[in-house]
Design a protein around this ligand. Structure first.
Ligand SMILES: Cc1cc2nc3c(=O)[nH]c(=O)nc-3n(C[C@H](O)[C@H](O)[C@H](O)COP(=O)(O)OP(=O)(O)OC[C@H]3O[C@@H](n4cnc5c(N)ncnc54)[C@H](O)[C@@H]3O)c2cc1C
Length: 294
């Protein structure tokens, strides 16, 4: 049995206290939320912080609500929102079915009961489902430090696998997704068995004006795309008619731009095939939802 190295434990009772603790340990501390990623890494000694700062008492970071900003209405998720809360939220279902699609296939109920939105994004695992979904949706991450707060597009949050652009003294506090009237969205994942990480997954949202694609986002997990999204495919489809041919070409572009690695989940050719097929499926289901067919 692997055990973590000795580590200090501190429980923060406010964001300010968590930020003070981060500053005190100067890069040698890690925030712990659900612990489903950090604790396994500590047990394997891949992560060896001097201190873990428990933020589970910061219940004011556990919410899903609409916020009115200068850039219009946004769906805001606090960083400590659990997977299960996302999965069961009617407000999420009303705006972004893609999040319910993804949460249904993330791990198992034990992980979903504790794992958080903030932890999923900050883990920056290239196979993380929520990162792909929030990249597809062009969400923003709100990051706090002792000096104030800053906003970073989720598409720019990762700084390579398992790394983010967060500085040592920063905490992710919220994710904001623009509310898009008439949007349809969907997430498609292939996994080896229920609850497993993705062999490949694709999520998409669409805003249609008749048959014309007015807005589109395409996110990918475990497919080796930069920042979890397929910009080439989005640029091709935006402004075109949504037809069988354009969907096929979008999927072809997305697959060609993907760069998956071979591993125990499958060879590259299989994953590229999935990139193509799952892009078609996600786009079609998103369109069906946008047009009220399902
Ligand atoms: C068996 C198993 C199966 C899984 N399957 C899937 C799957 O199929 N799909 C999937 O997407 N995920 C899967 N996961 C991961 C799961 O979604 C985790 O919940 C998630 O990766 C991390 O969330 P957490 O709250 O547990 O983060 P933690 O483990 O607490 O933290 C992870 C990292 O994020 C940092 N962090 C956490 N919160 C913040 C914050 N607010 N600000 C700054 N840094 C922060 C921590 O310091 C740490 O570096 C699986 C996990 C397990 C154990």
């Amino acid at each position: 049995m692997q055990t973590p190295a000795p580590v200090d434990y501190a429980r923060a009772h406010s964001i300010e206290e968590a930020l003070d603790l981060l500053e005190k340990y100067g890069g040698e501390a890690r925030v712990i939320a659900g612990g489903h990623s950090l604790i396994p890494m500590m047990r394997l000694r891949i992560a060896q912080p001097e201190c873990v700062i428990d933020i589970n008492e910061l219940t004011d970071l556990d919410y899903i609500r609409i916020v009115d900003t200068a850039a219009g209405n946004h769906l805001a998720l606090g960083a400590l929102t659990r997977h299960k809360t996302v999965l069961t939220s009617p407000l999420i279902g009303e705006h972004y079915a893609i999040l319910h699609d993804a949460e249904r296939v993330i791990a198992d109920p034990i992980v979903r009961n504790r794992g958080t939105v903030g932890g999923s994004l900050c883990q920056a695992d290239p196979a993380e489902d929520l990162s792909a979904v929030l990249s597809a949706l062009r969400a923003d991450a709100i990051i706090r430090s002792a000096n104030g707060s800053r906003t970073v597009p989720v598409r720019e949050l990762d700084d390579g696998p398992y790394q983010t652009v967060l500085d040592d003294g920063e905490i992710l506090t919220e994710v904001r997704i623009p509310v898009r009237p008439g949007v349809g969205s969907a997430y498609e994942k292939v996994e080896r068995r229920t609850g497993d990480w993705a062999v490949a997954a694709v999520g998409a949202y669409l805003v249609l004006d008749g048959d014309t694609v007015r807005d589109v986002g395409i996110g990918m997990a475990a497919l080796g795309v930069e920042h979890g999204c397929s910009v080439e495919a989005e640029e091709y489809l935006c402004g075109r008619a949504f037809t069988a041919d354009t969907v096929e070409e979008t999927a072809r572009i997305a697959a060609a731009a993907s760069s998956p690695g071979p591993d125990q989940r499958g060879p590259v050719t299989y994953k590229r095939h999935l990139a193509d097929e799952l892009t078609r499926r996600a786009l079609r289901r998103a369109a069906d939802r946008a047009q009220g067919r399902i």
